[in-house]
Design a protein around this ligand. Structure first.
Ligand SMILES: NC(=O)c1ccc[n+]([C@@H]2O[C@H](COP(=O)([O-])OP(=O)(O)OC[C@H]3O[C@@H](n4cnc5c(N)ncnc54)[C@H](O)[C@@H]3O)[C@@H](O)[C@H]2O)c1
Length: 322
């Protein structure tokens, strides 16, 4: 089997590429990343059992049909992923997340590979208190250019399936927590952990403390992708993928035993709103997939990793992981 992973060196990809050799023994793994987030470190100490090829390539410019030749599956993770940053950079986000996904999808059609596309639960932003995959498009309120670009890409894949026979499955991931070699700290839980571990105030969006949102343990994220590849059904299915729905106040509570002196500071953000909602993931669970992650364990693991780093000399308010 040959599997291509775009955005392979990022937060999610760097864990996924370590687990794929165990899940699909003997598989050839083609890793594609343009290094825009400078995660070359994700290539260090890859499992010896893996058969890897790395291509430093941009999905907007590369000869994707050549890269995908012979591939059974393409897992498309490459994206510009910071929702707050996307407000300042909407055109670039649209180019990578929408046009880039279109080029990946067209290369899948050309080569016969099936596509696993990773979208986000932030496409919901719904006024309903609980949403599932059947939530009508008219009720979706993506809160940032990032989320809008992901929703547009989902719709484009639907059209390419109808017109050109694209075989694909889409996962809407909750906000990731948990560690990986290419870990980033721009999403809520990981950012709070980094702030708490370095003695900086934990910055919570003013409106967000009691709002409920979906979060996804990184181990569960990888297991869900493996599950869907093994299931091998690429008829345009859509799945919410999340470990739990919870509030920022519970996240802060789970963090506090690891940082007793933690201070919380309330800040404004261009993408905050008044919405609070739970996302339903029973469609995926109904197929037999079980979520195993835990918020408390994910935070404990992240804090252990950050404390070990702080012990190596990065202490105080310095942000050691740009
Ligand atoms: N992390 C989350 O909380 C989360 C939640 C929901 C969905 N997702 C989605 O999962 C996917 C992976 O997220 P992540 O957290 O690993 O993000 P990340 O930013 O850590 O990784 C993205 C990777 O894509 C690469 N990349 C960016 N533009 C590229 C391009 N034009 N060509 C090739 N490579 C490019 C970057 O260098 C980076 O290594 C993204 O599509 C993201 O939207 C992430």
């Amino acid at each position: 089997m040959r599997i291509v992973v775009t955005g392979a060196l990022g937060h999610i990809g760097s864990r996924l590429i370590r687990d794929l050799p165990g899940a699909f023994p003997g598989a050839e793994l083609v890793l594609v990343d343009n290094l825009s987030t400078r995660r070359r470190c994700s290539l260090a100490n890859l499992p010896a059992a893996g058969r890897y090829e790395f291509f430093e390539a941009d999905v907007l410019a590369a000869d994707l049909p050549a890269l995908f030749r012979g591939a059974h599956h393409v897992i498309h993770l490459a994206a510009m992923t910071d929702p707050a940053e996307s407000v300042r950079n909407a055109a670039a986000v649209d180019r990578v997340n929408l046009r880039g996904t279109e080029l990946v999808a067209r290369a899948c059609i050309a080569t016969g590979a099936s596509l696993l596309f990773v979208s986000t639960t932030s496409v919901y932003g719904s006024a309903r208190s609980e949403v599932d995959e059947d939530c009508p498009i008219a009720e979706l309120r993506p809160e940032s250019p990032y989320a809008s670009s992901k929703l547009a890409a989902e719709r484009l894949l639907g059209a390419l399936a109808g017109d050109k026979g694209l075989r694909h499955v889409t996962c809407r991931f909750g906000t990731i927590f948990g560690t990986s070699p290419g870990m980033r700290f721009h999403t809520a839980i990981n950012k709070f952990c980094l702030q708490a571990a370095t003695g900086a105030p934990v910055t919570v969006w003013r409106t967000a403390l009691h709002q409920r949102r979906p979060y996804l343990d990184l181990g569960d994220a990888v297991a869900a992708m493996v599950f869907l590849l093994r299931r091998a059904s690429f008829g345009g299915e859509l799945f919410n993928v999340l470990t739990l729905n919870t509030s920022v106040s519970r996240v802060v509570e789970a963090l506090s035993p690891h940082a007793p002196d933690m201070r919380v500071e309330y800040v404004d953000s261009p993408v905050m709103n008044q919405l609070s909602y739970d996302v339903d993931c029973r469609r995926l669970e109904g197929l037999g997939f079980g979520f195993k992650g835990s918020l408390e364990e994910g935070i404990a693991e992240t804090m252990r990793m950050l404390r070990a780093t702080a012990g190596a000399g990065h202490t105080g308010r310095e942000i050691a992981f740009p």
